[in-house]
Design a protein. Sequence first.
Length: 147
Amino acid sequence: MKNSYSLQILMLFALLLVNCKGDGDKKTTVNKTIVDTELTNSIDRGRLVYDDFCVSCHMTNGKGVPNVFPPLADSDYLKSKREESIKAIKYGLKDEITVNGVTYNGVMTPLGLEDDEVADVMNYINYSWGNDYGEKVTQEEVSNIAE
């Protein structure tokens, strides 16, 4: 009986030791949840902006129109030119660009979006159609990009 009682206490102690986490672990988990929620909310708002301003040229599937409007889905330009991509949405684009080996020389007029809307639509684009293009775009990042 004494051995059984000692064994139960030892098992309880082992369970407590394994399952207890320090305050730092709990704080990290909460921060990750907050960040994920903020990104998810940004993507949801970005979908609305995309549907209002972008879908007519870049299509619902993000593939654009071949040789006319560049794709946003699986776009090497978006992957490697983050600042230029944000600038194009914020200020428009008149320069020639090459996306996935195809040259585009059209004009994208300024959309008149606020910085938070630019960040949201960039997050929608960066995480849609199988894209995973880096860190969350923030309103602060967008506001720091000059024409």
